[in-house]
Design a protein around this ligand. Structure first.
Ligand code: ATP
Length: 199
């Protein structure tokens, strides 16, 4: 009897740092779409954010992600983009995962703020034929239509209005971040002396 293909979620991001909304999104999509695995893929070099601001070193962002997911069964930190090196393009990650998991169904998870930029992604035409999208709403971002050629579903997630930018700003000014990032991430930030917390 043929076995059903493995269904793998790819939730990519800069995760600078990973926050509670990221965790809710990954969990909700995994459950809603009955995914066998949910990979939280830390970007090595997030090309979309280049030139905007200095990005925290990839190994530090990965360590925070690992810490955040340690008590989250079903969510897996993935360092495939760190190990590949260079700029992180989703198409390269998808091709690598296809080689590792032949025949798997790959679902790329994005917030609604990302959808408008899909047309700029490397090898967009190839990518949209290889994956489906799971789109989650992001507070403050009006609903957006998928660009032509993409297939996807909207996944309802309880809105959680937090961003890594807000978390960084709070850490830099010594404001509280309780509830916005897991305790384990706060400990990791302190141990590694990230975000000039000085705390
Ligand atoms: P920054 O503020 O530094 O731009 P960010 O909070 O947007 O960071 P990323 O690591 O860039 O975090 O995002 C990874 C993915 O998570 C993206 O698809 C983004 O849309 C999604 N995402 C981030 N925050 C939320 C949120 N509050 N609700 C829903 N999706 C989110």
């Amino acid at each position: 009897m043929a076995t059903a293909p493995l269904r793998i979620g790819i939730f990519g991001g800069t995760f600078d740092p990973i926050h509670s909304a990221h965790l809710e999104v990954a969990d909700a999509v995994r459950k809603a779409l009955l995914l066998d695995r949910m990979l939280v893929v830390v970007a090595n070099q997030p090309w979309q954010k280049e030139g905007e601001r200095p990005v925290t070193p990839a190994e530090d962002r990965y360590a925070m992600t690992e810490a955040a997911l340690a008590d989250r069964p079903g969510l897996e930190p993935c360092r495939i983009e760190l190990d590949r090196g260079g700029p992180s393009y989703t198409i390269d990650t998808v091709r690598d995962l296809q080689r590792t998991y032949p025949g798997a169904q790959l679902v790329v998870v994005v917030g609604s703020d990302v959808v408008g930029g899909l047309g700029t992604w490397k090898d967009e035409r190839d990518l949209r034929g290889l994956v489906t999208l799971a789109v989650v709403g992001r507070p403050g971002v009006p609903p957006v239509l998928l660009p032509p050629g993409w297939h996807g579903v909207d996944v309802p997630v309880a809105p959680f209005d937090v961003s890594s930018t807000e978390v960084r700003e709070r850490l830099e000014t010594g404001a509280a971040v309780d509830g916005l990032i897991p305790e384990a991430v706060i400990r990791c930030i302190r141990q590694r002396g990230l975000y000039a917390t000085g705390r």
